[in-house]
Design a protein around this ligand. Structure first.
Ligand code: NDP
Ligand code: GDP
Length: 323
């Protein structure tokens, strides 16, 4: 019997890569897509003939119940969220409704429709926030620093609680930042690689950024969706950190991205207060040794390769708009 996976957030970066991975393994894939006045299927345009899409929203539990009842998935990946930290200060309640309470709505729907379903929750390194231990691992206490981080802590603990209260196969993957050519343009990696492309092609001369001192543990999105799948194939539900163990600053990101096209970032990057945040997560770096040991997970693409791929992809995308 084919395996059947339901993905929330299928129109996002990770949802699109996860759908590709599962289709390659002969899964039937259902994507829950929220209503929008314009289509936003760009990331999955190449997949729409091979997947089923249904309308649904993490704010509407009935839509989740119908999707589960009609499709009968064996695995559910909850990737939907208001996922941009900076916007979570402007939209704290909406972020809580979707990124936090949305997890409970989906877990409740699973409990009602089929408690045998295996569930993946997209938890985040932002939960570690003002870090209490370095590197951060599964046992590191949380100290979130944004409405997004607080919402993810709720989502994480409700997943653990439904596992312990109702014996659900509910797993939480604590993933550190992961990027790709499909990363949202508002995130700093993609903002930089898109900016490099625009500057190289003569459309603009400068790129305005916020805090250049903060550091992140940046991995490659394709490698990270593989870890999500591995977690649901494991014998039992457990939480896993997924990270590279390497930390880079925004400056290093700029150096590699501008360097990839023979430019010096100092000539183009301007610091702009508008992109500073009310509170910052300064130094995230993860320890993925549990995932490596128990799941056999390994990353394949390193930071430089990833940034160069993103620059190349953005150069092609920006050049296409000029034709
Ligand atoms: P994206 O922002 O690219 O995608 C988010 C997805 O959630 C989109 O498909 C979006 O739909 C959907 N969505 C938003 N609100 C709702 C809602 N109310 N109901 C249903 N769907 C909704 O995120 P990523 O792919 O980068 O990340 C996937 C998940 O992993 C997110 O939960 C994120 O918070 C988490 N995460 C991501 C990390 C990263 O570095 N990428 C690190 C750690 C965790 P639409 O297209 O309509 O906006
Ligand atoms: P996050 O880790 O999920 O918040 O991912 P982002 O890519 O949005 O931000 C990563 C880091 O880059 C944060 O510490 C930001 O403060 C920093 N940063 C510096 N300049 C910018 C900018 O112009 N945009 C964004 N998004 N982040 C920036």
């Amino acid at each position: 019997m084919p395996k059947r996976a339901l993905i929330t957030g299928i129109t996002g970066q990770d949802g699109s890569y996860l759908a590709e991975l599962l289709l390659d393994m002969d899964y039937e894939v259902l994507g829950v897509v929220r209503r929008s006045s314009t289509t936003n299927l760009e990331r999955i345009a190449h997949l729409v003939d091979r997947i089923t899409l249904v309308p649904g929203d993490l704010q509407d539990e009935t839509s989740l119940l119908y999707a589960l009842r009609d499709f009968k998935p064996t695995e559910v990946y909850n990737l939907a969220a208001q996922s941009f930290v900076h916007s979570s200060w402007a939209l704290p309640v909406l972020t809580g409704e979707t990124t936090a309470l949305g997890v409970t709505r989906l877990l409740d729907a699973i409990r009602i429709v089929d408690p045998e379903i295996r569930f993946y929750q997209a938890s985040s390194s932002e939960m570690f926030g003002k870090v209490l231990e370095t590197p951060q691992r599964e046992t590191t206490p949380f100290y979130p620093r944004s409405p997004y981080g607080v919402s993810k802590v709720y989502g994480h603990w409700i997943t653990v609680n439904y596992r312990e209260s109702y014996d659900l196969f509910a797993t939480s993957g604590i993933l550190f930042n992961h990027e790709s050519p499909r990363r949202g343009i508002e995130f700093v990696t993609r903002k930089v690689t898109d900016g490099v492309a625009r500057i190289k092609l003569g459309l603009t001369h400068e790129l305005r950024l916020g805090n250049l001192e903060s550091t992140r543990d940046w991995g490659y999105a394709r490698d990270y969706v593989q870890a999500m799948w591995l977690m649901l194939q494991h014998d039992g539900p457990e939480d896993f950190v997924v990270a590279t163990g390497e930390t880079r600053s925004i400056r290093e990101l700029c150096e590699i991205a501008f360097g990839a096209v023979g430019l010096d970032w100092h000539d183009h990057v301007k610091v702009d207060e508008r992109f500073y945040r009310p509170a910052e997560v300064d130094a995230l770096v993860g320890d993925a040794s549990k995932a490596e040991r128990i799941l056999g997970w390994r990353r394949k693409v390193d930071f430089k390769e990833m940034v160069e791929e993103m620059v190349e992809s953005d150069l092609a995308a920006v050049a296409a708009t000029l034709r």
